[in-house]
Design a protein around this ligand. Structure first.
Ligand code: MF3
Ligand code: CO
Length: 264
């Protein structure tokens, strides 16, 4: 077929190791942010900490400058689904906050996101976060060579809807590696056996966005901030993975984040 850009990505082992290094740095950056997530902190302060941390580790914040975006992180509080812009808002007890980060190091990109609880959050919020996290794991379990992106979307959608939640349709996961966004699109809904087939070495970011209420979203006047149409909560987790024979290998990691959260 003419037009290489239409093809699904496939990275060799040397390249995958570089994507892993960037992805692990994202996990460390999110862990650094985890230390600072508490009532009273401004989301713009978290962004500054992340950018400094990324640069101190010989990398660059991949989101900064992407289509005119000005920050290292997307910080999405409560009804904000994704692409929340860091600002003067002070986190408060009971908020849930999704922090999304991408870095470039040695020419390769890693992308990952985690939703944090600020202080004590409601049981409803906890259940939404837990379910979204499970959606990510179930999606990853389908992301092996030979399987299709529809298998991933199906698994994610089934689990969210079984729990009474709804999947955002307007945004999706994506190939990642030399660029932040590559083919294929990785929808969080779909049908088994549909869509592009993953190869051994295909690297994708899987990122379910799960709403407590309706699946519809609105866009703020700033052109970035995506909110639930009913202003109920939304959660978002993301891992960068590489498809292998019979399994996916997760390149990013929540281990450093969860080490910090356990100490708190
Ligand atoms: N991680 C998100 C994504 O995969 C956010 C990138 S948007 C940006 O789409 F503009 F902030 F870079
Ligand atoms: Co992404």
């Amino acid at each position: 077929m003419v037009g290489l850009f239409k093809m699904i990505n496939q990275y060799n082992d040397t390249e995958v190791e570089k994507i892993r290094e960037s992805s692990l740095l994202v996990g460390k950056t999110l862990a650094e942010i985890a230390k600072h997530i508490k009532p009273g902190v401004k989301t713009i302060e978290l962004d500054r900490i992340a950018e400094q941390f990324i640069r101190d580790h010989g990398a660059t914040p991949e989101f900064k400058g992407y289509r005119g975006y000005q920050h290292a992180l997307c910080i999405s509080v409560n009804d904000v689904v994704i692409h929340g812009i860091p600002n003067e808002y002070e986190l408060k007890d009971g908020d849930i906050v999704a922090v999304d980060c991408g870095v470039r190091k040695n020419g390769f990109v890693g992308d990952s996101a985690y939703t944090f609880a600020v202080g004590n959050v409601s049981e409803e919020a906890k259940h939404l976060m837990k379910t979204t996290r499970e959606c990510l794991e179930l999606g990853i379990a389908e992301a092996f060579a030979g399987n299709r992106v529809g298998d991933i979307g199906f698994a994610i959608q089934q689990h969210a809807e079984k729990n009474g939640y709804n999947i955002v349709r307007e945004f999706c996961g994506h190939g990642v590696g030399r660029k932040l966004h590559e083919k294929p699109d990785v929808m969080n809904f779909g049908r088994r056996g549909d869509g592009k087939q993953l190869k051994n070495g295909t690297v994708i970011a899987i990122e379910p966005m799960v709403n407590q209420g309706v699946r519809n979203v609105t866009l703020d006047k700033d052109g970035w901030t995506v909110r639930t149409a009913d202003r109920k909560l939304s959660a978002h987790y993301e891992h960068t993975i590489v498809a292998r024979q019979g399994k996916a290998e997760v390149l990013s990691s929540f281990e450093e984040i969860e080490k910090i959260l356990k100490q708190q």
